[in-house]
Design a protein around this ligand. Structure first.
Ligand SMILES: NC(=O)c1ccc[n+]([C@@H]2O[C@H](COP(=O)([O-])OP(=O)(O)OC[C@H]3O[C@@H](n4cnc5c(N)ncnc54)[C@H](OP(=O)(O)O)[C@@H]3O)[C@@H](O)[C@H]2O)c1
Length: 317
């Protein structure tokens, strides 16, 4: 596994990290979840990404990760980078959603309890909340670090101008933002427009989520929606209607290129992200150890010829 320095910090992250948004909740098979975490760690994936609401039910991914950690990986705590987040709806009433100090402070305490951790390595504001001043959310994150509940701070899905505001506030208090987390894949390229250059200027790392577009950038939806896939599940975030004929046409063409390169489409899709100098790490999801193994092979060949890159641009256009 290759490890990249995260922005201008001294923290290195594996170029492939594992996310627990799907497949680690109480609705999922605990044995499979355990095998995936252990296989990932054995292969050098030191970074696991959580959030308060991951499950379903919300909170159960943190509880299950905590169980796996205490049973299997307790002695390896100092070899792990564990992140969590608060920002999306977690509990009823006005204090269980958004970016208020009240919500963030209560949520990290709940997350620490569920995981059994003493601290998170990275704690994120999960989204920009237009109803809370950025100063209030950032002050809560700064205080979390000062209280020893997290080592580093990150933000996720902030619009570029709001990210700059956040970076300035954090820098002003000597707790620089470590990392920015956003959706980024061959099918979702918004961060290229502004955010990646802003991060570079401020020395903030970039971590890509849903790098396989929730499975669309694999060969699984080429001939319909297979049983057991994310798009087939009622609690899956990927909707059947997102598997459009236009997407399948692009993915089919990408799959042909992947075959020519001797890779699966999942491998090629990740390799395409890993070649980008702005990307510190990609957070993959997986529903089996086999998928993890496939995705880890992406690092075997992340070189693309100019012709291959042009072809990809033409397909995606
Ligand atoms: N900050 C945020 O707001 C935010 C939002 C979303 C995600 N995230 C983070 O990013 C992580 C990853 O997101 P994601 O799960 O959407 O990532 P993804 O890597 O784009 O999609 C993962 C899904 O694709 C399918 N898949 C993966 N490898 C495959 C392979 N080799 N062959 C065939 N299918 C494969 C599996 O779905 P099947 O179930 O169909 O097998 C798997 O669950 C999350 O866990 C979370 O930590 C953060």
């Amino acid at each position: 596994m290759k490890y990249n320095y995260c922005g201008r910090s001294g923290l290195q992250l594996p170029e492939i990290s594992l996310g627990l948004w799907h497949n680690f909740g109480d609705v999922d098979d605990f044995e499979t979840s355990t095998s995936m975490i252990l296989h990932a760690f054995d292969r050098g994936i030191t970074h696991f990404d959580l959030a308060n609401n991951y499950g379903p039910p919300p909170g159960s991914a943190e509880s299950n990760f905590g169980k796996i950690l205490s049973k299997e990986l307790k002695s390896h705590r100092d070899e792990l980078i564990i992140s969590s987040k608060a920002g999306h709806l977690m509990w009823d009433g006005p204090y269980g959603d958004g970016g208020s100090r009240k919500y963030i402070m209560a949520s990290i305490d709940q997350s620490l309890k569920r995981t059994g951790l003493e601290y998170f390595d990275i704690f994120y504001s999960h989204r920009y909340d237009p109803n809370t001043p950025v100063e209030e959310t950032m002050q809560a994150l700064i205080d979390i670090v000062r209280q020893g509940k997290a080592l580093y701070i990150g933000i996720s899905k902030y619009p570029p101008q709001k990210a700059i505001e956040a970076y300035e506030i954090l820098k002003g208090q000597n707790i620089p933002c470590l990392i920015y987390q956003d959706r980024y894949s061959m099918l979702a390229r918004e961060p290229e427009a502004e955010q990646m250059n802003i991060n570079k200027k401020y020395g903030v790392g970039f971590i890509a989520f849903s790098p396989l577009a929730q499975g669309l950038l694999t060969n699984k939806y080429l001939h319909g929606i297979p049983k057991g896939s994310r798009a087939s599940k009622s609690h899956g975030f990927l909707q059947e209607k997102e598997v459009t004929s236009e997407v399948v046409k692009k993915v089919t063409a990408l799959n042909e290129l992947a075959i020519q390169r001797g890779q699966t489409l999942a491998e090629m899709s990740l390799a395409w992200l890993l070649r980008n100098e702005h990307v510190t790490s990609v957070i993959i999801g997986a529903s089996s150890v086999e998928q993890l193994k496939d995705n880890l092979r992406a690092t075997d060949n992340s070189l693309f010829s100019p012709d291959e890159l042009n072809l990809i641009e033409n397909i995606l256009r």
